[in-house]
Write a protein that binds this ligand. Structure first.
Ligand code: PHB
Length: 185
């Protein structure tokens, strides 16, 4: 069984990282605009997506940072939440949290609700209407992280990713150790 409580790290405060605060190797991972799934796949035999949580939530269940980045104050709507872990050869390597306003799910984007265990990137990178407002490298609870505001046909979705200690971004000695204990949000 995987320790899914690491998922709570995704709702901690995101600290923006300056390029000078990490090695160029780490930075290259954090600002990689291509498929992260494909990059991680090159380091393991088998990469699986595990759904931790999926479903509609009200804006009251978003973090205040998410609210400021994605909530349109003129609209009161629900959000589709997708929380996953990428498991590489049995080890959790990445935790992801995607917040999608219900209005983004109009038209072909409705299929974002039925991705299941298919990686989000497979859908996004196939889309001819994908744009990125920003990709911000950072840390969450002392782990490498990044946050992207993406647009499909102009409609936003917010993706937060944390690289977990067993992933290839960390030196071998750090593997398996979490720098802080997750607290309930
Ligand atoms: C997802 O399927 O939700 C997903 C996959 C890979 C990521 C982030 C999210 O890097």
């Amino acid at each position: 069984m995987h320790n899914l409580s690491v998922q709570q790290l995704l709702t901690h405060q995101f600290s923006v990282l300056n390029e000078t605060e990490c090695s160029s190797d780490i930075y290259s991972w954090l600002v990689d605009e291509a498929s992260m799934t494909a990059r991680l796949e090159a380091y393991c035999q088998k990469l699986e997506v595990i759904i931790v949580k999926e479903g509609f939530i009200p804006d009251s269940e978003l973090t205040s940072e998410e609210v400021s980045l994605i909530v349109n104050p003129a609209k009161s709507e629900r959000f589709w939440l997708r929380e996953v872990q990428l498991i590489a050869d049995g080890e959790p390597w990445l935790a992801g949290r995607t917040v999608i306003p219900e209005s983004t799910l109009q038209g072909p984007e409705a299929s974002l609700k039925s991705l299941g265990a298919r990686p989000l990137g497979h859908y996004l990178f196939k889309s001819s209407s994908l744009d990125r407002d920003f990709l911000t490298p950072g840390t969450l609870c002392e782990l490498w992280a990044r946050r992207s505001l993406l647009r499909l046909a102009g409609k936003p979705l917010l993706l937060t990713e944390i690289f977990l200690p067993a992933s290839p971004l960390y030196p071998p000695l750090a593997k398996g150790s979490l720098p802080c204990t997750p607290e309930p949000h």
